[in-house]
Design a protein around this ligand. Structure first.
Ligand SMILES: *[C@@H]1O[C@H](CO)[C@@H](O)[C@H](O)[C@H]1NC(C)=O
Ligand SMILES: *[C@@H]1O[C@H](CO)[C@@H](O)[C@H](O)[C@H]1NC(C)=O
Ligand SMILES: *[C@@H]1O[C@H](CO)[C@@H](O)[C@H](O)[C@H]1NC(C)=O
Length: 196
């Protein structure tokens, strides 16, 4: 995973002045909303375990990498990595929906001043009853905390540089169908982490 390989590099480069990346769960595809019957993979570091509060977990608790091959609404919940020493990583909330529209938004907190992109996605069933996810290259609306913030003519909306005022619960709407909501978190600039 990108973060897991990046953390030692950053530690090496920055020494005492580490960014507060925390320990984070990796997800592929890289989003927090999924359609029913999609497949996804979750990753933690080699010395960690994947933890969740979702009602039913179809991946092995022994593993630091697990697969959900036919996602269902019961897989919705918080997922995080626990280290062997009991340190709890930052949680990621995953939503699996039976609806036809989802929002793709940053999985992890976005560093202040960095760009962020929101994208509205839709799905259709392939011949084998599996879900095919596609981008919507048409007008979609985006809302934050229930307020309309913009229209994306090609199904997406970008922020050039986020700050704390961009934090909130985002949703997109395509053709009258609203996606579930996902929280966009903004992380402050570099800071010291005492445990490092
Ligand atoms: C979106 O649609 C426009 C007009 O139909 C087309 O020119 C463009 O290439 C499309 N973009 C993508 C990413 O599919
Ligand atoms: C945050 O970003 C928005 C949009 O770019 C801007 O209007 C606002 O002034 C910024 N706020 C701060 C505190 O920088
Ligand atoms: C994740 O879900 C939990 C439980 O519903 C909630 O308390 C928490 O605020 C959510 N966190 C984010 C970042 O959405």
């Amino acid at each position: 995973m990108f973060w897991l390989t990046l953390i030692p590099v950053l530690l090496h480069l920055t020494r005492g002045n580490s960014p507060c990346l925390g320990r984070s769960l990796g997800i592929s595809p890289c989003r927090t909303q999924f359609f029913k019957r999609e497949s996804l993979t979750l990753y933690c570091g080699a010395d960690e375990r994947i933890m969740t509060n979702s009602k039913s977990v179809s991946c092995s608790q022994k593993s630091h990498e697990c697969y959900i091959t036919l996602a269902g609404e019961h897989h919705s919940g918080s997922y995080w990595c626990d280290s062997n020493s009991g340190e709890r990583g930052e949680a990621v909330n995953i939503t699996v929906t039976g609806g036809s529209v989802i929002l793709e938004s940053p999985v992890h907190p976005v560093p202040e001043g960095s760009p962020a992109r929101l994208r509205c996605l839709t799905s259709h069933k392939s011949s084998k009853q599996l879900v095919v996810v596609s981008r919507i290259n048409q007008s979609c609306t985006f809302s934050r905390d229930g307020r309309l913030i913009g229209v994306g003519l090609t199904g997406e909306m970008s922020f050039a540089a986020v700050n704390r005022s961009h934090e909130g619960l985002y949703k997109c709407t395509f053709s009258g169908v609203e996606s579930p909501g996902s929280w966009l978190a903004v992380r402050g600039e570099l800071c010291l982490v005492s445990t490092w």
